[in-house]
Write a protein that binds this ligand. Structure first.
Ligand SMILES: [Zn+2]
Length: 490
């Protein structure tokens, strides 16, 4: 199968950020075989030709951090600091079944595809009553949609109550935290065996699936688990994904547990390297920033979630100034609450300006767009994220007859500062059209909405009950939070 797309405005995102006015793309067996001006097109015959004169072609966006089970609880929770918010979010997962995980992943996957994402990293945590916590159902959903996915299985063998600064708290809170943590934690070897079995069963790039270990966070794993996860990644030449220093409490606990920073500890275990992607990385110091840059690891910035939970601002400009790699994520819909990568790109381009005095270091639109494309591809070892011959045919065609691109002054600036995903017309993943005319091509959108609504309804009694239990913890968790951050001056 050979497809020609011609007369398009190409935003290649290659090393020179080349933009080609009257460009063409040839897709040959899932791969881009030509990317360049129409006048240099090789003479050839094609099975399919698409005249794209009203369209702009960009590499598919890469959502480098989210949690698909959260899609059913979008907009449900009040904004709270991470440790409080987490009690609510985890409560909502307790009784989800494989069917629910499938519906939730379909809902988020549909939203991502329709807003121009072609790859997602799902840092999957469901619940322990399901095989691989339900990750297989999420994989099935993304395969059904035609969305490329990296699924990192969340691993944690340290009890949650040992990883937050609970201090001298009430016995009631402690027992409630313990009850919740019991459903998350398992013995080290069991996790590692499960992770290997998961990869053996589901890892299949031909079916759009990359599987890898996703240790929950440094402080939530024993050294043995972190080393074991790194070994699994090394053996399979796979990425490894982990949360890092999302809140001040985590930073404080890191220093208490290790006598050094969380990242310093990860480095001393020999785990840090170019295949490592670190979600958030907010509460890190200058030495940590240099460690990320030197190791070739990627920081995955989740601006909307960080604002929603008041977690802080990741030192993105400082890391970029050192030549470090920064990718972008939406984070789960429980803390964002959408899965729209154009939203993440726009926020990343804007929110660091007030905190960065030297305006010459402000994030440029081209940098923000690269964070949302090539940086994620590099982090996960995928041959996509730029439009270039030999790359996977994962790209997006946006209508240019929309307000966002009218008048067309600077396509890169407008992609970042004006577009919100609503101009997306066609999305191609692995050479196949998965969004056409702005609609999902392989499934019925109404059916996806119906499945999501039905799952949410079925979960209603459980969510009500568990959220009430979480609420009973809020006052004590708030006290813990204020002990760590101080009361502030307001
Ligand atoms: Zn996360």
């Amino acid at each position: 199968m050979k497809t020609l797309i011609y007369n398009t405005l190409l935003v290649t995102m290659n090393a020179d950020n080349e933009i080609i006015e009257n460009g063409a793309l040839i897709i040959e067996n899932k791969i881009l075989s030509y990317v360049g001006p129409v006048q240099w097109l090789p003479t050839d015959s094609f099975d399919r030709t698409i005249n794209a004169e009203r369209l702009i072609a960009i590499p598919g966006l890469i959502n480098a951090h989210c949690h698909s089970p959260a899609n059913l609880v979008r907009g449900l929770f009040a904004s709270r600091p991470l440790e409080i918010w987490r009690a609510y979010y985890r409560a909502s997962l307790r009784d989800m079944t494989e069917e629910d995980f499938y519906a939730s992943a379909l809902l988020g996957g549909m939203e991502m595809l329709k807003s121009g994402a072609t790859t997602v990293l799902d840092h999957f945590f469901g619940n322990q009553t399901c095989r691989f916590m339900g990750a297989g159902a999420a994989i099935q959903a993304m395969r059904d949609l035609g969305l490329r996915h990296v699924v990192s299985l969340t691993l944690s063998d340290r009890k949650y109550e040992e990883t937050i600064p609970l201090g001298e708290t009430s016995p009631d809170l402690r027992s409630e935290v313990e009850r919740m943590s019991q459903s998350e934690t398992r013995e080290t070897r069991a996790w590692l065996d499960d992770c290997e079995a998961f990869i053996a069963e589901f890892h299949d790039p031909e079916k759009l699936t990359t599987c890898c270990p996703g240790p929950s966070a440094v402080q939530r794993c024993s050294d043995e688990l972190l080393r074991g996860a790194a070994e699994i990644s090394k053996k399979g030449n796979l990425p490894i994904h982990i949360h890092l220093a999302e809140s001040k409490s985590q930073k404080v606990m890191g220093e208490k547990l290790y006598g050094e920073s969380l990242l310093g500890h990860l480095e001393s275990l020999g785990v840090l390297g170019p295949n490592v992607s670190l979600a958030h990385g907010i509460w890190i110091d200058r030495q940590d920033i240099a460690r990320i840059a030197d190791s070739g690891a990627t920081l995955v910035h989740n601006p909307a979630s960080n604002l929603r939970l008041g977690s802080g601002l990741a030192p993105v400009t400082q890391l970029l100034a050192l030549g470090g790699h920064v990718a972008l994520g939406t984070d789960g819909a429980a803390s964002n609450d959408g899965q729209n990568m154009f939203d993440a790109i726009r926020l990343a381009a804007l929110i660091h300006n007030p905190g960065t005095v030297d305006f010459r270091q402000w994030v440029t639109p081209a940098q923000a767009l690269k964070m949302g494309t090539g940086a994620g591809a590099r982090a996960f070892g995928l041959a996509c994220g730029t439009l270039a011959p030999g790359q996977l045919a994962d790209f997006v065609l946006l209508r240019r007859d929309t307000a966002a691109f009218t008048p067309l002054n600077d396509v890169t600036n407008q992609l970042v500062l004006c577009e919100n995903g609503s101009s997306v017309d066609t999305v191609i993943v692995s050479g196949e059209i998965v969004v056409e005319g702005g609609r999902i091509a392989r499934m019925d959108e109404q059916e996806i909405l119906h499945l999501a609504n039905r799952a949410r309804e079925r979960l209603n009694p459980s969510i009500r009950r568990e959220l009430a239990a979480a609420q009973s913890m809020e006052a004590a968790l708030a006290e813990m939070y204020f002990q760590v951050v101080g009361k502030g001056d307001g």
